[in-house]
Design a binder for this molecule. Structure first.
Ligand code: ZN
Length: 186
């Protein structure tokens, strides 16, 4: 459960910690604004991907399904700064597929939490394996981390790329090559 009062107190302390004057007009409503915003950007903590992925339908055949360029925004748990970019998902169905919008919903459930990019990538892949029981899944995430670019450690626009492979994608490199070709990365 998100505790708005704790967030308000915490933000006030943070601002005082950096030397701000909490009576300044521009800051008066900031703790409250942030508390309300956190309800939204951390809303995934109280959600389960199964809510979306259980709504699947049956198919014959096992052609690779690809959903590319799913935009996401998440928060790095080490610095509480945003990281954001694109998720590309491929899976080989084994009798069950889900609606394409459900894949985007699944990404949101895991993005709207404190995250690490590697963990986000793996959680999406594992949720698809769990609920669709496909022959294989591959998830690729390309993201820019404000904790790197804002602090000048890396140049703006630097992309961190992570991948998770499950099932047949772990054993058959041809599937991965096809996936990369189809999302235009090769
Ligand atoms: Zn970070």
């Amino acid at each position: 459960m998100i505790d708005q009062e704790k967030i308000r107190q915490g933000v006030k302390l943070l601002l005082e910690g950096i030397g701000e004057d909490m009576n300044r007009e521009g800051l008066l409503e900031t703790p409250d604004r942030i508390a309300r915003m956190y309800e939204e950007i951390y809303g995934g903590m109280e959600e389960d991907a199964g809510v979306y992925l259980k709504k699947c339908f049956h198919v014959v055949g096992s052609e690779m399904v690809i959903e590319k360029d799913i935009t996401f925004y998440s928060t790095c748990e080490h610095h509480l700064l945003p990281f954001y970019g694109k998720v590309h998902i491929a899976y080989i169905p084994d009798g069950k597929v889900t609606g394409l919008s459900k894949l985007a919903r699944t990404v949101e459930v895991f993005a709207k939490r404190l995250q690490l990019q590697e963990q986000l990538t793996g959680q999406i892949a594992d949720a698809l394996m769990k609920y669709l029981q496909p022959k294989g899944v591959m998830v690729l995430v390309e993201a820019e981390h404000m904790c790197m670019t804002m602090r000048g450690i890396k140049k703006p626009g630097t992309q961190t790329v992570t991948a998770a492979r499950r099932g047949s994608f772990e054993t058959n490199p041809e599937l991965e090559e096809r996936f990369f070709r189809m999302i235009g990365r090769q």
